[in-house]
Design a protein around this ligand. Structure first.
Ligand SMILES: O=P(O)(O)OC[C@H]1O[C@H](OP(=O)(O)OP(=O)(O)O)[C@H](O)[C@@H]1O
Ligand SMILES: O=C(O)c1cc(=O)[nH]c(=O)[nH]1
Length: 481
């Protein structure tokens, strides 16, 4: 299971955004464990403490974050303790190794160790060496990185707020890091007690998971921090269990009440969002379509155009749906991939085939996201080179799911599927984002294919009309065809 799914699973199961830092630091050891003796007994005592923390929190948190530096400081015993710690964490709770790794020369080998050998789910990295340094961690599609964007260390302000507080380096880090990987693979580590800082980062990165640090200081206001840092769905912010709490002898009860406090604020945000005042200021529908936000965004970036358009079939429609534009907006593209992935997760297939050209980026994104191999049937066979009809490797007899963006007449998807079948592949399912309806699915069924559409054209037009994006005349245009 990938990091993101594991994290979301733990959040849902334990109803918690809390994570626990596992820091075998003698200086933080509660006094009831004293007196520690030589290095062996110190490690044993720290291990006793860590086990208590894990056992008392496993049903109340969404992640554990062991800090590598504290384990390293214990030398060889520390690395053994780390292995014990990793093994003690329940398999369904993600582990974020706090390494702040920043050495480009060791990235590849270190990624192999932490992800393959130690089996951690995510790692914290420093952004300063740029994408080259982070990329070796991102080649593991099931794993994630948290890029350190800001710390609460007072001296760091000289760098983080350079050149000006209005346009600080830490926000540039956020903007840059967003280009390095999808929200599933790249989150942001942010240390601050300031709701303003969190709000600024959330504004730039509404889609990212933020690993909050150092939020607990005297006088800090949890509710303000949550309001600033949570996303519109009331999540996307991982909150550290306060360090002092980990030493208390009623840890479980304390975490429970902290969780309740956090969830109250989350619920309030979710309720407020459902009034639409937060995220869709000009729309409030009684029966919201689950893809309302996405449909409006597609319209807003110009995927639905009105005017006289000749279709591939030769017919002229008073509109044109151009889903090719999604690739220029990573946020929307990401949401669309999520929607396809949600359908594909229930299908049986060996490979994903995209229909050129419009659906090749989508098939590529899905292939990387789901870690399934991709192929594609060429639109036209080249007169040079290998002259292959199907690009990519496959074995005859394998099952392929066809991915296309839209079904108008169904011709493109069906022709693609036929080419795949001629090469000995099996095609059962054709998954599209949008069905233009008018019986195309039935036609495909008659030819032996099951067509699955994420949305129908009428769902889209109805939603746009109700949201006031299109007028009556435009709405009716879709009925005229
Ligand atoms: O159901 P149909 O009538 O076949 O129409 C739908 C097809 O049309 C579009 O591709 P287009 O032919 O415009 O080519 P492109 O993807 O290369 O732009 C779209 O991407 C679908 O593949
Ligand atoms: O080829 C078409 O008919 C067609 C393709 C497409 O992507 N959108 C559309 O409205 N028509």
């Amino acid at each position: 299971m990938n990091f993101f799914d594991k994290l979301n699973g733990a959040i849902a199961r334990n109803q918690s955004l809390l994570f626990v830092g596992l820091d075998p630091n003698v200086e933080m050891l509660p006094s009831r464990y004293y007196p520690p003796g030589d290095i062996d007994s110190i490690t044993n005592i720290l291990w006793d403490w860590l086990q208590v923390i894990i056992s008392q929190t496993a049903d109340q948190v969404c992640a554990y974050k062991p800090t590598l530096g504290f384990y390293q400081a214990l030398g060889i015993h520390g690395l053994e303790l780390l292995q014990l710690t990793l093994a003690a964490i329940p398999a369904d709770i993600p582990i974020i190794l706090d390494a702040k790794h920043s050495d480009i020369n060791t990235s590849t080998i270190f990624a192999k160790t932490v992800f393959e050998q130690w089996q951690v789910d995510a790692i914290t990295v420093s952004p300063y060496a740029g994408q080259d340094h982070v990329a070796p961690f991102l080649v593991y599609p099931d794993k994630a990185v948290f890029v350190l964007c800001r710390t609460s260390n007072p001296a760091a302000i000289a760098l983080q707020e350079y050149p000006t507080t209005e346009s600080p380096l830490y926000l540039q880090v956020v903007k840059e890091a967003k280009n390095w990987a999808t929200p599933e693979q790249l989150g942001l580590e942010v240390g601050t007690t300031s709701p303003e800082v969190l709000a600024r980062i959330r504004e730039v990165a509404p889609e990212r998971v933020i690993l909050a640090r150092s939020i607990w200081s005297e006088g800090s206001n949890l509710s303000n921090i949550l309001t600033a840092g949570l996303n519109v769905n009331g999540d996307g912010l991982l909150i550290p269990v306060p360090q002092d709490m980990l030493g208390s002898d009623n840890l479980s009860e304390q975490i429970q009440s902290l969780n309740q406090e956090i969830n109250q604020t989350r619920n309030k945000i979710i309720e407020d969002a459902s009034t639409c005042s937060v995220w869709l200021p000009n729309v409030c529908l009684v029966n919201q379509h689950p893809y309302l936000d996405l449909i409006l965004q597609l319209y807003d970036i110009g995927c639905i155009m009105f005017g006289e358009f000749v279709q591939a079939s030769g017919a002229t429609f008073p509109y044109y749906i151009d889903l090719r534009k999604i690739i220029s907006n990573p946020q929307i593209f990401h949401q669309i991939l999520n929607a396809y992935a949600d359908v594909l997760k229930d299908l049986k297939f060996d490979r994903i085939a995209g229909i050129p050209y419009g659906s090749l980026p989508t098939a590529t994104g899905l292939s990387l996201r789901l870690n399934r191999p991709m192929i594609f049937p060429r639109k036209e066979v080249k007169a040079h080179g290998s002259r292959r009809v199907i690009e990519g490797n496959f074995e005859p007899g394998e099952t392929v799911v066809v991915v296309d963006d839209i079904l108008i007449s169904g011709k493109s998807a069906m022709e693609g599927a036929e080419k795949l079948k001629s090469a000995g592949l099996k095609v059962n399912d054709i998954v599209v984002f949008m069905d233009h309806e008018q019986g195309v699915k039935d036609r495909l069924r008659a030819n032996g294919y099951r067509a699955i559409a994420i949305l129908t054209i009428s769902e889209i037009t109805q939603t746009l009309y109700e949201a006031g994006r299109i007028n009556e005349e435009q709405y009716r245009a879709f009925d005229e065809v």
